[in-house]
Each structure stands twice: as structure tokens, then as C-alpha cells.
Design a protein around this ligand. Structure first.
Ligand code: TRP
Length: 427
């Protein structure tokens, strides 16, 4: 069995903050150390261009994010860590997927729809200020994922729809051109808290309430002093519930330390004192990381080398896979025509499944041999999905036969199934 592949991208459009650390970087680095997992982490700089048109900011953010991940313990020898724009096969795959992706699917993407809704409300053209890049965002993201046949994609909830769209594109492509892509699944970390920001709302660049992960010590202290609290005086018991300060502490402290602070809240600890405890706790975790971050920031050439080495590793997969995909869709060496003809005639001799709907509204399939002779007739199913699942199961083994009416010629059926399975097997 192939190792479980986990892949995720980080858009290079900002400076990493504590929310990114707790919600993404820290769990990802931990997960990348698990045995039996092959991890791919990349800097989604093509995606950043959709949001940002300041070249210097793109470059700066790419540097900061690369330095942050390495400083937080990502081991480039253990994982594949690369920059999206170093892998030209990704935009190439984007085009192949564009050609199997329904436009309607993209019309329904949350980010695009939100932009259109906003324009409609302001009574301007629905597509005003909407670039084709924003519209195509999900296709580029699907290419990121499908290029490496990732099984799992750790993302925030807001990205689930994008993973579903990637599955959709993978299935359409596989349906037309054969089984090339794994259908990826979103992996949502339920246990990882979303960190509140300075104002108590989710820590996010768009709310301007963040604490940069590698803010210098003094700045970190100042920012923590600015976390929103209520007006209870020293000595008055304080609520842990709904306290951003407490929640941030919890994300860094051990369970025992958390119990202690809860106790201190009940006993009326002064806010200033609680903030000092929080500062020390975060600083304790971040200081060693900050030192390696600063060292890396002084040596961008080291990060550049490391990312290029990562791209070489990524392309060792992407280049041959793209060659296979090009061939699959018909972007082929003209000299090999004779061979393709042969392939076609052998394909024509294969039995095939046909799925259809009857006037009773139910969904059916049948298996016919190359001459059109009926080998297997299914009962009616309530949905095309159910019918499709049985077809899929039959393509894998005989287990599903038990649920079907007996065929008239079971030997011919067995032979046809074996032939189909052999043909579907990826080489
Ligand atoms: N869209 C993701 C985000 O904003 C970033 C991203 C780009 C990504 N490509 C990806 C995430 C591929 C996972 C897989 O968070």
C-alpha cells in the first residue's frame, strides 16, 4: 500500500500570527512526524496573486512564511516543502482541469458568490472588480492537490467547499480519461481551537486583531497587554468563559497550567497579572523558535536553496505524472499514432457498463460485451450515485454480484469483468 499522502498550501499573503501557529503550523509540523505519512507543504504564491498586487509584499510574505515553518520545526528532508510557482506542471494541470470543470460549479464557489452578492447589493455590475483569477481559484487549488494525488488535505472549515470541488474535477477527469486521480478528502482538526484575537473575534488579518508569531519580545508584551478584558478590578472573580486571554492561554498551556489559571481567575487575579502570565507562557514557547526564525531571515539564500531543493523533489513526481496526463488527454507524440490506433481497437473490444434512467424514474445499469450482447442487467436504484457505486464495486471485485439478479451466462459475465478490471488497472 502506498503511504497516506497529506498536502496543504499556505497562501503567501501575510505575516504568520499566533492564530496561524496554533491552528495550522504547530499541528502540521506534529503531523508531519507521524510514521507512514508522506507530507507535502507548499507556499501558494500563485494564489497570493489573486489577492495582492504588490510584488514586494508577495516576496516578503513568501520569505516570512518559509522561515516560520522551518523555524517551527518542519524538517525539509522528511517532507516535501516547496513553492507552488516553482512547479510549472501545476498551472499546466490547472488548464487540463479547467476543461473538465463545469462553469456552474465555479459560479457556486463561496468566495466568488460573496463578491457577486456584494456587487449586486451595491447595484453595480455583478462581476465588477472580480478577476478571472478569483473565479478560477478553485481550479488552481484542485491542481495543487490532484498533482500529488493527496488523500487528505488539512484545511480550515472555509476551505471545505474547495476540496469538494477538487473531488468533483478529479471524478470528471477520471470519468473521461481513466483513473488518474485520487479523490481527496478535507481533514478538519476538530481538536485545534480557533484562537481569538486581541478584540475577542477570531484572530485574523482581515480583522486587524492579530499578534504576529515572531513579534519581538517587547512588542509581544505590548500586544498582549492590549487584549480585550472586562472592567473587573483586582480581587473580583473573573469569567474564563468568553475571555480571549484565557482561551489564548489554553492554546499554549498544559492542562495542569490551565487548571491553575482557572483557579486564579476564580480568586480574582488582576488582569495585568494574568497578562503577564500569558506573556511568559507564550514567550517561553516562542523564544527558541524566534531565534531560528531571525537567523533564517538574515539568510534568505538558505531558504531559497531549500525551496528549490523542495521543488526538485516535487517535480520528480509532477513531471512524469504530467506526461501521463498529457498522454491521457491526447497531447501526444505524433510518431506514436500507430500504437494509439492499436490501443483504440483493443479498447473497442472491451465490454462496457452503460448507465441510464428509465421512465419509472429509477436508475439502472447494464453490462454489455463488445458486440453489444447483454451480460448483466441491474435492478432500479433510487439515485445515479447508488447505481454508480455498484458499478464501481463490480469493477473492483465480485462482492457486489450478490445484490444483483443472476446473469443468463455467468461464465461470459465473469470473463467480461476480469477483462474490464485488467484494462482499468493503472500501469
Ligand atoms: N486556499 C487555501 C487557503 O486559503 C490555500 C491553498 C491553496 C491550499 N492551495 C491549496 C490549501 C491546496 C490546501 C490545498 O487556506
Amino acid at each position: 500500500m502506498r503511504a497516506l499522502r497529506v498536502l496543504t498550501g499556505i497562501t503567501t499573503s501575510g505575516t504568520p500570527h499566533l492564530g496561524n501557529y496554533v491552528g495550522a503550523i504547530r499541528p502540521a509540523v506534529a503531523a508531519s512526524r507521524a510514521p507512514g505519512v508522506e507530507s507535502f507543504y507548499f507556499l501558494a504564491d500563485y494564489h497570493a496573486l489573486i489577492k495582492i498586487d504588490e510584488p514586494a509584499r508577495i516576496q516578503r510574505s513568501t520569505l516570512e512564511i518559509a522561515a516560520s515553518w522551518i523555524a517551527c520545526g518542519l524538517e525539509p528532508e522528511r517532507v516535501t516543502f516547496y513553492r507552488q510557482s516553482d512547479v510549472p506542471e501545476i498551472p499546466e494541470l490547472t488548464w487540463l482541469l479547467t476543461c473538465v470543470c463545469g462553469k456552474g460549479l465555479l459560479n457556486r464557489a463561496h468566495a466568488y458568490k460573496a463578491a457577486v452578492d456584494k456587487n449586486t447589493l451595491s447595484q453595480v455590475d455583478p462581476d465588477s472588480d472580480v478577476t478571472a483569477g478569483l473565479f478560477m481559484y478553485p481550479v488552481l487549488m484542485a491542481a495543487d492537490i490532484l498533482m500529488f494525488n493527496a488523500h487528505r488535505v488539512p484545511v480550515g472549515r472555509d476551505q471545505i467547499q474547495h476540496i469538494e470541488m477538487a473531488r468533483d474535477m478529479a471524478a470528471s477527469f477520471n470519468h473521461r480519461y481513466g483513473e488518474h486521480f485520487v479523490l481527496p478528502e478535507a481533514q478538519i482538526e476538530e481538536a485545534v481551537a480557533t484562537l481569538p484575537g486581541l478584540d475577542g473575534r477570531k484572530m485574523s488579518k482581515s480583522y486587524d486583531n492579530t499578534i504576529p508569531l515572531f513579534a519581538p519580545r517587547e512588542q509581544l508584551k505590548k500586544l498582549i497587554a492590549g487584549i480585550k478584558t472586562d472592567s473587573r478590578a483586582p480581587g473580583e472573580p473573573k469569567d474564563t468563559e468568553g475571555s480571549p486571554l484565557f482561551q489564548i492561554y489554553q492554546a499554549f498551556a498544559t492542562p495542569a497550567e490551565t487548571v491553575q489559571l482557572r483557579q486564579a481567575f476564580a480568586e480574582g487575579i488582576a488582569w495585568s497579572e494574568a497578562k503577564q502570565i500569558l506573556f511568559e507562557r507564550i514567550d517561553h514557547e516562542v523564544t527558541p523558535l524566534r531565534e531560528s526564525y531571525e537567523a533564517l531571515m538574515r539568510h534568505p539564500e538558505r531558504l531559497e536553496d531549500l525551496l528549490r531543493a523542495g521543488a526538485t523533489k516535487a517535480r520528480a513526481i509532477a513531471t512524469p505524472f504530467t506526461a501521463r496526463l498529457r498522454h491521457a488527454v491526447g497531447l501526444r507524440d505524433l510518431r506514436s499514432q500507430a500504437a494509439e490506433q492499436k490501443e483504440k481497437s483493443s479498447k473497442a473490444a472491451l465490454p462496457s457498463f452503460k448507465q441510464y434512467r428509465e421512465s419509472d424514474g429509477r436508475f439502472y445499469f447494464k453490462l454489455v460485451d463488445a458486440q453489444g450482447k447483454l451480460l448483466l442487467q441491474s435492478p432500479g436504484y433510487a439515485s445515479p450515485k447508488e447505481a454508480g457505486q455498484v458499478v464501481k464495486a463490480l469493477q473492483q471485485d465480485d462482492g457486489a454480484l450478490a445484490s444483483l439478479p443472476p446473469p443468463t451466462d455467468s461464465q461470459a459475465l465473469q470473463q467480461a469483468l476480469l477483462q474490464l478490471r485488467a484494462a482499468l488497472k493503472p500501469d
